[in-house]
Design a protein around this ligand. Structure first.
Ligand SMILES: [Zn+2]
Length: 178
């Protein structure tokens, strides 16, 4: 299974950001409490906001002049916390994998409206989800949590702050033999 360094290979990502991404899943904020994705995003220079988005749209990435890295992540305030967390990580993925940071006009056409059909490049959507998955579960984070909790789905789910469905998919992908 992939690690964060595989995902970022060949990408233009600063050493500081690489480090922040690499240590994210090593630092849950305490027993059974998931690491804050909002804090991660803000440390990476994004603004993060909960807004009213159309049903079915989880999040989007918008240019924001006043954000440290030039982008704001908007998440749908009507969705559950697990969905909002996932959306933040997914949008961070788009930023590192698909945004051409030097050309805001090129990126302006790529605003993510996951779930709506007018924007969707399925390949980019898959890559952004894979990024989120590896950020959470990669680099042996899921293995380590299994060692800690055993196969207690509820504890594992809380540890990562994801839905049960996401957790079960991750278990199949990252730890098929456990
Ligand atoms: Zn997307």
């Amino acid at each position: 299974m992939k690690n964060m360094s595989d995902i970022l290979k060949g990408r233009r990502v600063s050493a500081r950001d690489r480090k922040l991404l690499r240590i994210f899943n090593l630092s849950p904020s305490g027993a059974r409490k998931a690491a804050s994705v909002k804090k991660l995003a803000e440390t990476l220079g994004f603004e993060v906001e909960q807004v009213d988005l159309p049903p079915g749209v989880s999040g989007c990435l918008v240019q924001e002049l006043f954000a440290e890295n030039g982008y704001r992540i908007e998440v749908n305030q009507r969705q559950r916390v697990e969905a909002r967390r996932w959306a933040v990580l997914h949008e961070i993925g788009h930023y590192f994998l698909h945004a051409d940071h030097t050309d805001p006009f090129a990126f302006g056409m790529n605003l993510d409206r996951s779930g709506e059909t007018f924007y969707t490049n399925p390949q980019e959507e898959r890559e952004a989800n894979e990024f989120a998955e590896v950020l959470l579960f990669g680099d042996n984070a899921l293995e380590a949590a299994l060692d800690l909790y055993g196969k207690n789905i509820e504890n594992l789910r809380r540890h990562f702050g994801v839905s049960e469905k996401t957790l079960r998919i991750a278990l199949r992908q990252f730890c098929p033999n456990r």
